[in-house]
Design a protein around this ligand. Sequence first.
Ligand SMILES: Cc1cc2nc3c(=O)[nH]c(=O)nc-3n(C[C@H](O)[C@H](O)[C@H](O)COP(=O)(O)OP(=O)(O)OC[C@H]3O[C@@H](n4cnc5c(N)ncnc54)[C@H](O)[C@@H]3O)c2cc1C
Length: 356
Amino acid sequence: MPSPIAPWVFLVKIFSGSLPATAFVGWYNGHPDYRDLAIDLSLERVVVVGNGNVAMDVTRILAAAPEELAKTDIADHALDVLRASKVREVVMLGRRGPVQAAFTTPELKEFGELHGVDVIVDPADLELDEASAAAMVGDKTATKNVELLRRYAARGDTGALRRIVMRFLVSPVEVLGEDGRVAAVKIERNRLAQSADGSLRPRGTGVFETIEASMILRSVGYRGVPLADVPFDESTGVIPNAGGRVTNTGGDAVLPGLYVVGWAKRGPSGVIGTNKPDAAATVVLMLEDIAALPGIDDAHRDPALIEALLRERGIDFVSYADWQRLDGFETACGQQQGRPRVKLTRVDEMLRVIRE
Ligand SMILES: Cc1cc2nc3c(=O)[nH]c(=O)nc-3n(C[C@H](O)[C@H](O)[C@H](O)COP(=O)(O)OP(=O)(O)OC[C@H]3O[C@@H](n4cnc5c(N)ncnc54)[C@H](O)[C@@H]3O)c2cc1C
Protein backbone atom coordinates (compact mmCIF):
# COMPACT_ATOMS: atom_id res chain seq x y z
CA MET A 1 0.00 0.00 0.00
CA PRO A 2 1.39 3.47 -0.79
CA SER A 3 2.55 5.43 2.23
CA PRO A 4 0.62 8.25 3.81
CA ILE A 5 2.17 11.54 2.70
CA ALA A 6 5.15 12.48 4.84
CA PRO A 7 6.65 14.69 6.05
CA TRP A 8 3.42 16.39 6.82
CA VAL A 9 2.89 20.11 6.49
CA PHE A 10 2.42 20.67 10.18
CA LEU A 11 4.52 19.79 13.16
CA VAL A 12 3.92 16.19 14.28
CA LYS A 13 5.88 15.34 17.40
CA ILE A 14 6.25 11.70 18.32
CA PHE A 15 3.36 11.40 20.76
CA SER A 16 1.48 8.18 21.19
CA GLY A 17 -2.05 8.70 19.98
CA SER A 18 -0.94 10.46 16.78
CA LEU A 19 -1.11 8.01 13.92
CA PRO A 20 -1.92 7.66 10.23
CA ALA A 21 -5.53 6.72 9.51
CA THR A 22 -4.09 3.85 7.42
CA ALA A 23 -2.83 2.17 10.61
CA PHE A 24 -6.18 2.65 12.33
CA VAL A 25 -8.02 1.19 9.29
CA GLY A 26 -5.59 -1.76 9.30
CA TRP A 27 -6.30 -2.23 13.02
CA TYR A 28 -10.10 -2.39 12.78
CA ASN A 29 -9.97 -4.43 9.56
CA GLY A 30 -7.79 -7.08 11.20
CA HIS A 31 -4.63 -6.57 9.11
CA PRO A 32 -2.03 -8.75 10.88
CA ASP A 33 0.58 -5.93 10.79
CA TYR A 34 -1.71 -3.60 12.75
CA ARG A 35 -3.81 -5.90 14.95
CA ASP A 36 -1.58 -5.28 18.00
CA LEU A 37 -1.65 -1.48 17.68
CA ALA A 38 -2.36 0.13 21.06
CA ILE A 39 -5.52 2.18 20.47
CA ASP A 40 -6.52 4.28 23.45
CA LEU A 41 -10.12 5.50 23.32
CA SER A 42 -10.29 6.39 27.01
CA LEU A 43 -10.88 10.13 26.46
CA GLU A 44 -13.83 12.01 25.00
CA ARG A 45 -12.51 13.51 21.80
CA VAL A 46 -10.62 12.32 18.70
CA VAL A 47 -9.50 14.58 15.85
CA VAL A 48 -9.38 13.30 12.27
CA VAL A 49 -7.39 15.40 9.83
CA GLY A 50 -8.54 15.20 6.23
CA ASN A 51 -11.68 15.41 4.17
CA GLY A 52 -11.53 12.30 2.00
CA ASN A 53 -13.39 8.99 2.22
CA VAL A 54 -10.73 7.38 4.44
CA ALA A 55 -11.22 10.23 6.95
CA MET A 56 -14.98 9.62 6.69
CA ASP A 57 -14.54 5.88 7.30
CA VAL A 58 -12.44 6.25 10.44
CA THR A 59 -14.79 8.94 11.76
CA ARG A 60 -17.81 6.71 11.20
CA ILE A 61 -16.18 3.75 12.96
CA LEU A 62 -15.28 5.92 15.97
CA ALA A 63 -18.77 7.44 16.21
CA ALA A 64 -20.90 4.38 15.41
CA ALA A 65 -22.76 2.48 18.12
CA PRO A 66 -20.85 -0.74 18.96
CA GLU A 67 -24.11 -2.72 18.58
CA GLU A 68 -24.22 -1.63 14.93
CA LEU A 69 -20.55 -2.47 14.38
CA ALA A 70 -21.08 -5.90 15.95
CA LYS A 71 -23.25 -6.84 12.92
CA THR A 72 -20.37 -6.15 10.52
CA ASP A 73 -17.11 -7.98 9.79
CA ILE A 74 -15.03 -5.58 11.91
CA ALA A 75 -12.18 -7.41 13.64
CA ASP A 76 -13.14 -8.74 17.09
CA HIS A 77 -10.17 -7.16 18.91
CA ALA A 78 -11.25 -3.73 17.55
CA LEU A 79 -14.86 -4.32 18.50
CA ASP A 80 -13.80 -5.04 22.10
CA VAL A 81 -11.91 -1.73 22.31
CA LEU A 82 -14.74 0.19 20.58
CA ARG A 83 -17.30 -1.29 22.98
CA ALA A 84 -15.33 0.24 25.88
CA SER A 85 -14.72 3.52 24.02
CA LYS A 86 -15.24 6.77 25.96
CA VAL A 87 -15.13 8.81 22.74
CA ARG A 88 -18.14 11.09 22.47
CA GLU A 89 -16.95 13.54 19.83
CA VAL A 90 -15.02 13.05 16.60
CA VAL A 91 -13.85 16.30 15.00
CA MET A 92 -12.98 16.25 11.29
CA LEU A 93 -10.72 19.00 10.01
CA GLY A 94 -10.85 20.09 6.37
CA ARG A 95 -8.30 22.67 5.26
CA ARG A 96 -10.52 23.97 2.46
CA GLY A 97 -14.26 24.56 2.22
CA PRO A 98 -17.15 22.12 1.73
CA VAL A 99 -17.09 22.55 -2.07
CA GLN A 100 -13.46 21.37 -2.22
CA ALA A 101 -13.98 18.38 0.12
CA ALA A 102 -12.83 15.08 -1.42
CA PHE A 103 -15.43 12.85 0.26
CA THR A 104 -18.33 11.51 -1.79
CA THR A 105 -22.04 11.87 -1.04
CA PRO A 106 -22.89 8.27 0.03
CA GLU A 107 -20.23 8.46 2.79
CA LEU A 108 -21.59 11.83 3.96
CA LYS A 109 -25.14 10.46 3.89
CA GLU A 110 -24.06 7.55 6.11
CA PHE A 111 -23.12 10.04 8.85
CA GLY A 112 -26.74 11.18 9.02
CA GLU A 113 -27.95 7.58 9.31
CA LEU A 114 -25.84 6.64 12.35
CA HIS A 115 -27.97 5.90 15.41
CA GLY A 116 -27.36 8.14 18.40
CA VAL A 117 -25.05 10.51 16.51
CA ASP A 118 -25.46 14.24 15.81
CA VAL A 119 -23.62 15.67 12.81
CA ILE A 120 -22.59 19.20 13.70
CA VAL A 121 -21.76 21.70 10.96
CA ASP A 122 -21.36 25.43 11.53
CA PRO A 123 -23.72 27.22 9.09
CA ALA A 124 -21.05 29.93 8.70
CA ASP A 125 -18.76 27.32 7.07
CA LEU A 126 -21.43 26.78 4.40
CA GLU A 127 -21.57 30.42 3.32
CA LEU A 128 -19.62 30.04 0.12
CA ASP A 129 -17.18 32.59 -1.24
CA GLU A 130 -17.80 33.67 -4.82
CA ALA A 131 -15.15 31.38 -6.37
CA SER A 132 -16.41 28.30 -4.46
CA ALA A 133 -20.02 29.02 -5.45
CA ALA A 134 -18.90 29.25 -9.08
CA ALA A 135 -16.85 26.03 -8.77
CA MET A 136 -19.90 24.20 -7.43
CA VAL A 137 -21.96 24.91 -10.57
CA GLY A 138 -22.00 21.71 -12.63
CA ASP A 139 -20.21 19.71 -9.90
CA LYS A 140 -22.91 17.22 -8.86
CA THR A 141 -21.01 15.74 -5.92
CA ALA A 142 -20.14 19.13 -4.42
CA THR A 143 -23.72 20.36 -4.90
CA LYS A 144 -25.22 17.28 -3.19
CA ASN A 145 -22.62 17.44 -0.42
CA VAL A 146 -23.36 21.08 0.35
CA GLU A 147 -27.12 20.36 0.29
CA LEU A 148 -26.65 17.54 2.83
CA LEU A 149 -24.29 19.61 4.99
CA ARG A 150 -26.94 22.38 5.06
CA ARG A 151 -29.48 19.82 6.29
CA TYR A 152 -27.09 18.68 9.04
CA ALA A 153 -26.39 22.30 9.99
CA ALA A 154 -30.13 23.00 10.24
CA ARG A 155 -30.72 19.90 12.39
CA GLY A 156 -27.93 20.93 14.75
CA ASP A 157 -27.32 19.45 18.18
CA THR A 158 -30.17 17.21 19.36
CA GLY A 159 -28.27 16.03 22.45
CA ALA A 160 -27.39 12.64 20.97
CA LEU A 161 -24.88 10.45 22.82
CA ARG A 162 -22.10 11.03 20.26
CA ARG A 163 -21.27 13.84 17.85
CA ILE A 164 -19.39 14.17 14.59
CA VAL A 165 -18.20 17.77 14.21
CA MET A 166 -17.25 18.70 10.64
CA ARG A 167 -14.98 21.72 10.54
CA PHE A 168 -13.94 23.42 7.31
CA LEU A 169 -11.25 25.99 6.46
CA VAL A 170 -8.95 24.95 9.31
CA SER A 171 -5.45 23.41 9.30
CA PRO A 172 -3.64 21.72 12.16
CA VAL A 173 -0.39 23.53 12.90
CA GLU A 174 0.85 21.66 15.97
CA VAL A 175 0.12 18.54 17.97
CA LEU A 176 0.45 19.26 21.69
CA GLY A 177 1.33 16.48 24.08
CA GLU A 178 1.46 15.65 27.77
CA ASP A 179 3.55 12.81 29.23
CA GLY A 180 4.32 11.54 25.74
CA ARG A 181 0.66 11.36 24.75
CA VAL A 182 -1.44 13.54 22.45
CA ALA A 183 -3.33 16.10 24.52
CA ALA A 184 -4.51 18.70 22.00
CA VAL A 185 -4.23 19.95 18.44
CA LYS A 186 -3.56 23.60 17.63
CA ILE A 187 -5.39 24.68 14.47
CA GLU A 188 -5.35 27.77 12.31
CA ARG A 189 -8.32 29.28 10.52
CA ASN A 190 -7.86 29.50 6.72
CA ARG A 191 -9.29 31.52 3.89
CA LEU A 192 -9.29 30.42 0.27
CA ALA A 193 -7.08 32.15 -2.27
CA GLN A 194 -6.80 31.59 -6.01
CA SER A 195 -3.45 30.06 -6.92
CA ALA A 196 -1.52 30.44 -10.20
CA ASP A 197 -3.12 27.28 -11.67
CA GLY A 198 -6.59 28.66 -10.89
CA SER A 199 -7.32 26.27 -8.00
CA LEU A 200 -8.48 27.55 -4.62
CA ARG A 201 -5.79 26.95 -1.97
CA PRO A 202 -5.97 27.46 1.79
CA ARG A 203 -4.06 30.38 3.32
CA GLY A 204 -3.59 30.76 7.08
CA THR A 205 -5.27 33.79 8.65
CA GLY A 206 -3.21 33.91 11.86
CA VAL A 207 -6.30 33.05 13.91
CA PHE A 208 -5.56 30.02 16.10
CA GLU A 209 -7.57 27.69 18.32
CA THR A 210 -6.72 24.66 20.43
CA ILE A 211 -8.85 21.50 20.48
CA GLU A 212 -8.26 19.01 23.28
CA ALA A 213 -8.10 15.44 22.01
CA SER A 214 -6.67 12.08 23.04
CA MET A 215 -5.99 10.82 19.55
CA ILE A 216 -5.26 12.38 16.18
CA LEU A 217 -5.65 10.40 12.97
CA ARG A 218 -3.95 11.80 9.90
CA SER A 219 -5.61 11.16 6.54
CA VAL A 220 -4.24 13.72 4.13
CA GLY A 221 -3.46 11.64 1.08
CA TYR A 222 -1.11 8.96 -0.16
CA ARG A 223 1.98 8.82 -2.29
CA GLY A 224 3.99 5.97 -3.79
CA VAL A 225 7.46 5.26 -2.46
CA PRO A 226 10.35 4.50 -4.85
CA LEU A 227 11.87 1.00 -5.06
CA ALA A 228 15.57 0.39 -5.57
CA ASP A 229 16.52 0.14 -9.27
CA VAL A 230 12.97 0.87 -10.46
CA PRO A 231 12.23 4.19 -12.23
CA PHE A 232 10.04 6.59 -10.22
CA ASP A 233 8.33 9.81 -11.22
CA GLU A 234 8.91 12.19 -8.28
CA SER A 235 6.33 14.70 -9.53
CA THR A 236 3.43 12.23 -9.62
CA GLY A 237 4.65 9.59 -7.15
CA VAL A 238 4.08 6.74 -9.62
CA ILE A 239 6.28 4.24 -11.45
CA PRO A 240 6.32 5.45 -15.08
CA ASN A 241 4.54 2.97 -17.32
CA ALA A 242 2.68 2.38 -20.53
CA GLY A 243 -0.57 0.71 -19.47
CA GLY A 244 1.33 -1.31 -16.83
CA ARG A 245 4.60 -1.99 -18.68
CA VAL A 246 7.26 -0.08 -16.72
CA THR A 247 9.16 2.47 -18.82
CA ASN A 248 12.19 4.66 -18.23
CA THR A 249 11.50 8.05 -16.60
CA GLY A 250 11.26 9.70 -20.01
CA GLY A 251 8.47 7.28 -20.91
CA ASP A 252 9.97 6.41 -24.30
CA ALA A 253 11.46 2.97 -23.57
CA VAL A 254 9.77 -0.06 -22.01
CA LEU A 255 11.89 -2.02 -19.50
CA PRO A 256 11.25 -5.65 -20.47
CA GLY A 257 9.95 -7.89 -17.71
CA LEU A 258 8.94 -5.11 -15.30
CA TYR A 259 5.24 -4.39 -14.66
CA VAL A 260 3.17 -2.27 -12.28
CA VAL A 261 -0.45 -2.24 -11.05
CA GLY A 262 -2.77 -0.19 -8.84
CA TRP A 263 -1.89 3.06 -7.13
CA ALA A 264 1.80 2.67 -8.04
CA LYS A 265 0.66 2.61 -11.68
CA ARG A 266 -1.96 5.40 -11.71
CA GLY A 267 -1.58 7.31 -8.47
CA PRO A 268 -3.69 6.98 -5.32
CA SER A 269 -7.20 7.00 -6.70
CA GLY A 270 -10.06 4.57 -6.89
CA VAL A 271 -11.32 1.77 -4.72
CA ILE A 272 -10.59 -1.97 -4.76
CA GLY A 273 -13.16 -2.34 -7.55
CA THR A 274 -11.20 0.13 -9.69
CA ASN A 275 -7.88 -1.56 -9.06
CA LYS A 276 -8.95 -5.13 -9.83
CA PRO A 277 -9.59 -4.57 -13.57
CA ASP A 278 -6.53 -2.32 -13.63
CA ALA A 279 -4.35 -5.17 -12.32
CA ALA A 280 -6.02 -7.62 -14.71
CA ALA A 281 -5.13 -5.30 -17.63
CA THR A 282 -1.46 -5.42 -16.61
CA VAL A 283 -1.55 -9.22 -16.32
CA VAL A 284 -2.95 -9.43 -19.87
CA LEU A 285 0.16 -7.53 -21.04
CA MET A 286 2.43 -9.88 -19.07
CA LEU A 287 0.84 -12.89 -20.76
CA GLU A 288 1.17 -11.19 -24.13
CA ASP A 289 4.86 -10.46 -23.56
CA ILE A 290 6.04 -13.68 -21.95
CA ALA A 291 6.66 -15.62 -25.17
CA ALA A 292 9.20 -13.03 -26.36
CA LEU A 293 10.70 -11.73 -23.08
CA PRO A 294 14.49 -11.81 -23.21
CA GLY A 295 16.54 -13.57 -20.53
CA ILE A 296 13.97 -16.24 -19.64
CA ASP A 297 14.57 -19.97 -19.79
CA ASP A 298 12.15 -21.37 -22.41
CA ALA A 299 11.02 -23.96 -19.87
CA HIS A 300 9.63 -21.10 -17.74
CA ARG A 301 7.57 -19.32 -20.38
CA ASP A 302 4.41 -21.34 -19.72
CA PRO A 303 2.42 -19.58 -16.92
CA ALA A 304 0.89 -22.95 -15.99
CA LEU A 305 4.33 -24.05 -14.77
CA ILE A 306 4.69 -21.29 -12.17
CA GLU A 307 3.45 -23.43 -9.27
CA ALA A 308 5.89 -26.21 -10.12
CA LEU A 309 8.73 -23.66 -10.23
CA LEU A 310 7.78 -22.23 -6.81
CA ARG A 311 7.68 -25.74 -5.35
CA GLU A 312 11.02 -26.60 -6.93
CA ARG A 313 12.50 -23.52 -5.23
CA GLY A 314 10.91 -24.38 -1.88
CA ILE A 315 8.80 -21.19 -1.74
CA ASP A 316 5.91 -21.38 0.73
CA PHE A 317 3.17 -19.72 -1.31
CA VAL A 318 -0.59 -19.26 -0.91
CA SER A 319 -2.82 -19.90 -3.92
CA TYR A 320 -6.23 -18.50 -4.82
CA ALA A 321 -7.75 -21.86 -3.84
CA ASP A 322 -6.05 -21.48 -0.41
CA TRP A 323 -7.57 -18.03 -0.03
CA GLN A 324 -11.00 -19.43 -0.97
CA ARG A 325 -10.60 -21.99 1.82
CA LEU A 326 -9.81 -19.26 4.33
CA ASP A 327 -12.69 -17.17 2.99
CA GLY A 328 -15.04 -20.14 3.44
CA PHE A 329 -13.85 -20.65 7.02
CA GLU A 330 -14.27 -16.96 7.95
CA THR A 331 -17.72 -16.66 6.38
CA ALA A 332 -18.89 -19.89 8.06
CA CYS A 333 -17.76 -18.51 11.45
CA GLY A 334 -19.58 -15.28 10.60
CA GLN A 335 -22.80 -17.13 9.77
CA GLN A 336 -22.91 -18.61 13.26
CA GLN A 337 -22.94 -15.05 14.66
CA GLY A 338 -25.19 -13.45 12.00
CA ARG A 339 -22.24 -11.49 10.59
CA PRO A 340 -20.73 -11.38 7.09
CA ARG A 341 -17.52 -13.02 8.42
CA VAL A 342 -15.28 -13.31 11.45
CA LYS A 343 -11.78 -12.32 10.46
CA LEU A 344 -8.66 -14.20 11.41
CA THR A 345 -6.03 -11.60 12.16
CA ARG A 346 -2.85 -13.63 12.64
CA VAL A 347 -0.93 -15.15 9.76
CA ASP A 348 -0.19 -18.40 11.61
CA GLU A 349 -3.93 -18.87 12.32
CA MET A 350 -4.72 -18.27 8.65
CA LEU A 351 -2.08 -20.75 7.52
CA ARG A 352 -3.38 -23.34 9.98
CA VAL A 353 -6.86 -23.12 8.43
CA ILE A 354 -5.42 -23.31 4.92
CA ARG A 355 -3.09 -26.21 5.59
CA GLU A 356 -5.18 -28.42 7.87
C1 LIG B 1 -6.77 3.68 4.71
C2 LIG B 1 -7.41 3.21 3.44
C3 LIG B 1 -8.72 2.72 3.47
C4 LIG B 1 -9.32 2.27 2.29
N1 LIG B 1 -10.60 1.78 2.37
C5 LIG B 1 -11.15 1.26 1.24
C6 LIG B 1 -12.44 0.64 1.30
O1 LIG B 1 -13.09 0.60 2.35
N2 LIG B 1 -12.95 0.12 0.16
C7 LIG B 1 -12.26 0.14 -1.02
O2 LIG B 1 -12.75 -0.37 -2.03
N3 LIG B 1 -11.04 0.71 -1.10
C8 LIG B 1 -10.46 1.26 -0.01
N4 LIG B 1 -9.24 1.85 -0.08
C9 LIG B 1 -8.56 1.90 -1.38
C10 LIG B 1 -7.91 0.56 -1.72
O3 LIG B 1 -7.10 0.15 -0.63
C11 LIG B 1 -7.03 0.75 -2.94
O4 LIG B 1 -7.84 1.22 -4.01
C12 LIG B 1 -6.35 -0.53 -3.39
O5 LIG B 1 -5.87 -1.30 -2.29
C13 LIG B 1 -5.15 -0.16 -4.26
O6 LIG B 1 -4.58 -1.35 -4.76
P1 LIG B 1 -3.03 -1.47 -4.96
O7 LIG B 1 -2.82 -2.77 -5.67
O8 LIG B 1 -2.50 -0.25 -5.59
O9 LIG B 1 -2.37 -1.48 -3.50
P2 LIG B 1 -2.53 -2.49 -2.29
O10 LIG B 1 -3.87 -3.13 -2.25
O11 LIG B 1 -2.10 -1.71 -1.09
O12 LIG B 1 -1.49 -3.64 -2.61
C14 LIG B 1 -0.10 -3.40 -2.63
C15 LIG B 1 0.59 -4.61 -2.06
O13 LIG B 1 1.98 -4.51 -2.33
C16 LIG B 1 2.70 -4.88 -1.18
N5 LIG B 1 4.02 -4.23 -1.25
C17 LIG B 1 4.30 -2.92 -1.06
N6 LIG B 1 5.62 -2.71 -1.24
C18 LIG B 1 6.18 -3.90 -1.55
C19 LIG B 1 7.49 -4.34 -1.83
N7 LIG B 1 8.52 -3.50 -1.85
N8 LIG B 1 7.70 -5.65 -2.10
C20 LIG B 1 6.66 -6.52 -2.09
N9 LIG B 1 5.39 -6.17 -1.83
C21 LIG B 1 5.14 -4.88 -1.56
C22 LIG B 1 1.84 -4.41 -0.02
O14 LIG B 1 2.14 -5.13 1.16
C23 LIG B 1 0.45 -4.72 -0.55
O15 LIG B 1 0.03 -6.03 -0.24
C24 LIG B 1 -8.62 2.32 1.08
C25 LIG B 1 -7.32 2.81 1.05
C26 LIG B 1 -6.72 3.25 2.22
C27 LIG B 1 -5.31 3.76 2.17
